[in-house]
Every structure is written in structure tokens, then in C-alpha cells.
Design a protein around this ligand. Structure first.
Ligand code: ATP
Ligand code: MG
Length: 415
């Protein structure tokens, strides 16, 4: 890989200031006018170069976290191992400002890096912009735009990779995945979502190293899987997780059932297609839903085992599923309760009595539970009759709720 710094003017890179949030321009100006360096970096630059609207803007600087805080009215240092700063530009809107870091060992203690559960843990210290460029994951995520000169700084040949639609890790792939196995998930997500092609060197080690995903914190995996499933390309992402052998380490219980009962695969695809449509139409999606889908086969299997055990069977089956799966991917309590509601209401959709209709439609998670039932009915034709009836019922409910103006799902936050 070429390691020289390439600089591109705005005529060459084609990003214009008008496409950047004015608050980012203000933050960058403040840093620069106080003698620091400031660059917009990461996913936002990548997305703009690919002609997509960025989700958020991240800023990298040579100012330390306390130095950053001194320059802004409202700024908060967060993180324990890596300190980053949230700079607030209004009550609920903030931007992440990160000090350049290096993951290169300092000469004085260059002996070896610690190996924890087979993962390489490097010390992470502050560094220069070029060191910051090399500690990032993919070349396309390591492009730095100076908003003052409007020059794009490229240390890793990232702009060429974007032009050639190539997804390439900066470091040697086996080392990079070992350092952080989440990069395997990020690779598949960027490939699915951005229509880029992972280079064969970056692709080749994944299947062999897939098991290392189990060294990652179950809480972090909860977020990373959601990012794939809410990327607007969930079907492709799911197929890639299976193709590269990651799915079986993420959802081992579901995977075992899937091998014996392919009908669940059709259910997953139907649900993920539905999620993709909702995301691409800008509609709200509930994080619980996707986990309710992926864990449904396992829950059903366990529920049958506990069904002779009176009414507490569902509770116990639910706890067992969450506990066993929690060793791999931990679903936060808040989302667990929605999953419980979705699953426990499924049998109620077979009862069309007016009393039950009244009861179900008053429940706050009725909509999510109905959507889940509807998707099941696309695979299980015995449910179709009921799903059609509930389709009519929920249409009226929607109308009534709109009239009452009770619920409003706005955008959750600016970041
Ligand atoms: P998106 O926001 O669309 O998920 P992103 O690339 O912006 O994509 P973030 O998690 O917001 O992802 O991270 C911001 C930047 O931090 C990345 O562009 C990359 O440069 C760096 N980064 C993120 N995760 C890693 C990682 N696991 N290893 C190395 N660098 C990373
Ligand atoms: Mg980002």
C-alpha cells in the first residue's frame, strides 16, 4: 500500500462546504483560529464522496480533550479508555471531536502487545494526523478534510479506493481482524450498504477468523448487528453473515434450528425485506423487532419444552432464551420487554372475538406484535386468514389513533 500523503483540492475531491453542517464549520473554525488543526473525517467524508447524505460529522484535531473543552461553552469528555469530546451546539445536538491517536507502540515499550482472549490489544496513545490515519480500519474511512483550505488529506490511498469501489483494510487483514473482530462485521456492512467490493485479501481470512467474534463484548455486538440490520441492506447483510460463517457464532442456538428447518430462513428474509423497506422509506424501526425475529425459532423450541409447566412456561422460556443468547449478544432490558410482548401476544392473534380485539389494540406494543404476526403469516399460510382480518382491524386503529393525535414518533436525536 502507498503510504505517502496525497492532497486533493476541492476541484479534485468535489466536496463543497455547503454540504457540511454549519455547526461543523463553526467548531472547525474555533479550533483552527485557536492554533489547532481540525479535520472532518470518517464515515461522513466517505459518504459524501459516494454521493450519499452523511448521518453525522466527526471532527479530528491535535487539541487534547481538556483543550477542546476550554474552547466551547458546552462540551463533555466521554469514554474511559479513549477519551473523546462531545461538543454541544444546542440543547440536544452534539458532534464528536476526537484527538489524533496512534496505535503504534512507542519505542520505549515496544516489546510486545498484550494478547487477551486471542485478540491483540494495543495501547492507544495520542499521536499525529498520519498516525491517526493508520489506526483507522478501512482506507475509505481515513480521509481528512481541512475546512479552512478545503484540501483533502489522504495517507492510505482511500480516494482511489472510493473511485474504484474497493473496500480495503489499512493494516494486514489478519492482524486488523485480530485487533478488533468487529471489523469483520463492519466489512460486511460497508460492502452491503455502500455497494463496494471487499478486496480478496480482506475477504479471505474472515471465514477462518469468524469464531473470534465471540471475544467481543455481547453489548457491543448488540449495536453492531443492529447497524447491519438497520442499514437499509439487511437482507444482503444477513446473507453475508451466513456466507462468511459469522452468523453461527452470533446466534448459535438459532443457527442449529435453521440447519434443520429452512422455513425459518424464509421468515428471516421476509422480516428483513420488511425492515429494509421501512428504513428506505424513512419509517421508524424498533431495535427489539430484529432480535424478536432472529430469536423466534429458539424461543419456540424452548417454549414447547416448558409448555406443560402451566402459565409460567412463557416467562421461563423467555428468560432461558435471553440468558443463553446473552452470552453471545446481550439484549438490553428495555428492549427485552418489547420482545417479550411481541412473542407472548402471538397466540392472541388467533382470537378474533371483539373483546380480544379491544384488548389487543389497546396494548402499546400492539403494532410491533401485529407486524411480527403479519410476517409470520407470509410464511405460514395457516395464519393468513387471521392476518387478513387483523390487517383490517389495525387500519381502523391507525385511523383512530391519528385522530386522537396521541402518538408522535419524531426523530430521536441529531447525532
Ligand atoms: P457509520 O457511522 O456509517 O457506521 P463510520 O465509518 O462513520 O460509519 P463510526 O463508528 O461512526 O463509523 O466511526 C467513525 C470512524 O472511526 C470510522 O470512519 C473509522 O475511521 C473509525 N473507526 C470506527 N470503528 C473502528 C474500528 N473498529 N477500528 C478502527 N477504526 C474505526
Ligand atoms: Mg459515523
Amino acid at each position: 500500500m502507498k503510504t505517502n500523503l496525497e492532497q486533493y483540492s476541492k476541484e479534485d475531491h468535489g466536496i463543497f462546504k455547503k454540504d457540511i453542517d454549519p455547526d461543523v464549520l463553526t467548531i472547525s473554525d474555533t479550533l483552527i483560529s485557536n492554533g489547532y488543526q481540525a479535520f472532518v473525517v470518517g464515515g461522513c467524508i466517505r459518504d459524501m464522496l459516494l454521493g450519499k447524505t452523511p448521518k453525522d460529522f466527526d471532527i479530528a484535531t491535535d487539541a487534547s480533550p481538556p483543550e477542546i473543552c476550554k474552547l466551547f461553552n458546552k462540551a463533555k469528555i466521554i469514554g474511559r479508555r479513549f477519551k473523546i469530546v462531545h461538543v454541544y451546539t444546542s440543547e440536544r445536538k452534539y458532534f464528536e471531536v476526537t484527538t489524533f491517536r496512534s496505535d503504534v507502540k512507542k519505542k520505549t515499550n515496544e516489546k510486545k502487545f498484550k494478547k487477551i482472549q486471542g485478540m491483540i490489544k494495543r495501547d492507544n496513545v495520542y499521536g499525529s494526523i498520519s498516525q491517526d490515519a493508520f489506526r483507522r480500519d478501512f482506507t475509505i474511512n481515513s480521509l481528512y478534510l481541512d475546512l479552512d483550505s478545503e484540501i483533502l488529506h489522504d495517507y492510505v490511498n482511500g480516494l482511489d479506493d472510493i473511485k474504484n469501489k474497493k473496500l480495503r483494510l489499512i493494516k494486514k487483514p489478519s492482524i486488523s481482524y485480530q485487533e478488533d473482530p468487529v471489523r469483520m462485521l463492519r466489512a460486511l456492512r460497508f460492502e452491503s450498504k455502500l455497494g463496494l467490493k471487499l478486496t480478496s485479501e480482506c475477504k479471505q481470512p474472515i471465514t477462518e477468523m469468524a469464531h473470534m467474534i465471540n471475544n467481543v463484548s455481547p453489548f457491543r455486538l448488540f449495536d453492531e448487528i443492529l447497524k447491519i440490520m438497520h442499514s437499509g441492506s439487511a437482507v444482503t447483510g444477513y446473507n453475508k453473515l451466513k456466507e462468511f460463517g459469522l452468523f453461527k457464532y452470533l446466534f448459535p442456538y438459532t443457527n442449529k434450528i435453521l440447519a434443520e428447518n429452512q422455513i425459518y430462513n424464509d421468515f428471516f428474509i421476509a422480516a428483513l425485506n420488511n425492515t429494509d423497506t421501512r428504513i428506505n422509506d424513512g419509517l421508524h424501526v424498533n431495535p427489539s423487532f430484529i432480535y424478536a425475529v432472529f430469536l423466534w425459532p429458539y424461543f419456540q423450541e424452548i417454549e414447547v419444552k416448558y409448555s406443560d409447566d402451566s402459565s409460567s412456561g412463557i416467562d421461563r422460556a423467555f428468560k432461558k432464551v435471553m440468558q443463553s443468547q446473552g452470552e453471545y449478544i446481550a439484549v438490553p432490558d428495555f428492549f427485552q420487554s418489547t420482545i417479550f410482548t411481541i412473542w407472548s401476544l402471538q397466540s392472541s392473534f388467533l382470537n378474533l372475538s371483539s373483546r380480544n380485539v379491544q384488548y389487543l389494540t389497546e396494548i402499546s406494543k400492539f403494532r410491533a406484535a401485529y407486524d411480527f404476526f403479519y410476517i409470520r403469516s407470509q410464511i405460514d399460510h395457516e395464519l393468513k386468514f387471521y392476518a387478513d382480518k387483523w390487517y383490517e382491524i389495525q387500519k381502523n386503529v391507525k385511523g383512530k389513533k391519528r385522530e386522537r393525535g396521541k402518538k408522535y414518533y419524531g426523530k430521536r436525536k441529531n447525532k
